[in-house]
Ligand binder design. Structure first.
Ligand code: UDP
Length: 239
């Protein structure tokens, strides 16, 4: 049996990844497939923490463009991530994976508050921990949350699961036929070239804390497992 490359991972699941082709809301077949893949990876003995986005329901930027106060709109976005986290928890538990949701903003009736040491304990006990509510602060993103939590819990890597994109390209491959895919990059390359991988706050936090990132296509069945087993797919971004 191949030894997994990583022991503890942060899987960043964007809200979009739960919406499938519709781009909005949560599609049961889509989320069910993701949960089955997470279960397979968990069975390899890997500790998995998930940071979930909310863009399939609400984005602060959209509210702000509509004239809302940015911070208010961002709090709505953070709440959207909690809805996705509860959906992921439900579907993971349906396939027999024990989970805990921890929120950065307290809502004790539905989830635990984020406590780093407790999160680590859950991981050691074989539970999948789902981090919801982003960082708990407006003007940030769930990509930054992934970098922050990865640093806090000492994750070996951030797996950035993308919707129908198999890595980082020099330009949008759907719009520019000359776009080339990068196999390897550094976080600084992403910042300097302005590549659309994660926002600069998330990139600089990952760079400062030496957290590698693998960007890969979540829609290709078996890909999460391939990455954790060390197969070179997608784009690897190093510190
Ligand atoms: N958000 C925030 N602070 C955070 C994380 C998220 O204000 O620390 C808000 C922000 O408005 C964002 C929304 O939550 O637009 C959804 O998160 P994100 O856009 O990162 O989700 P994704 O693109 O991964 O689905």
């Amino acid at each position: 049996m191949i030894e997994p490359k990583y022991k503890r991972i942060i899987l960043k699941v964007s809200g979009e990844a739960l919406a499938g082709d519709t781009g909005f809301g949560i599609q049961p077949p889509v989320i069910n497939n993701i949960c089955k893949e997470i279960k397979e990876v968990k069975e390899l003995g890997i500790e998995i923490a998930i940071v979930v986005g909310g863009g399939n329901i609400w984005r602060g930027q959209v509210g702000s463009e509509m004239g809302m106060e940015r911070a208010q709109a961002d709090y709505m976005g953070m709440l959207a991530t909690v809805m996705n986290a509860l959906a992921l928890q439900d579907c993971l538990e349906n396939v027999g994976v024990p989970t805990r949701v921890q929120t950065s903003i307290e809502m004790r009736q539905i989830a635990e508050p984020y406590i780093r040491r407790k999160a680590e304990r859950h991981l050691e006990k074989g539970r999948v921990v789902i981090f919801a509510g982003g960082t708990g602060n407006p003007y940030f993103s769930t990509d930054t949350t992934a970098a922050l939590r990865a640093a806090e819990i000492g994750a070996d890597v951030i797996l950035m699961a993308k919707n129908n994109v198999d890595g980082v390209y020099s330009a949008d491959p759907k719009l520019d036929s000359s776009a080339v895919k990068y196999e390897e990059l550094t976080h600084l390359d992403i910042i300097n070239k302005g590549l659309q991988v994660m926002d600069t706050t998330a990139s600089s936090l990952s760079m400062d804390n030496d957290i590698p990132l693998v960007v890969f296509n979540l829609n290709e069945p078996g890909n999460i497992k391939r990455v954790v087993l060390g197969e070179t797919i997608g784009t690897t971004v190093r510190g």
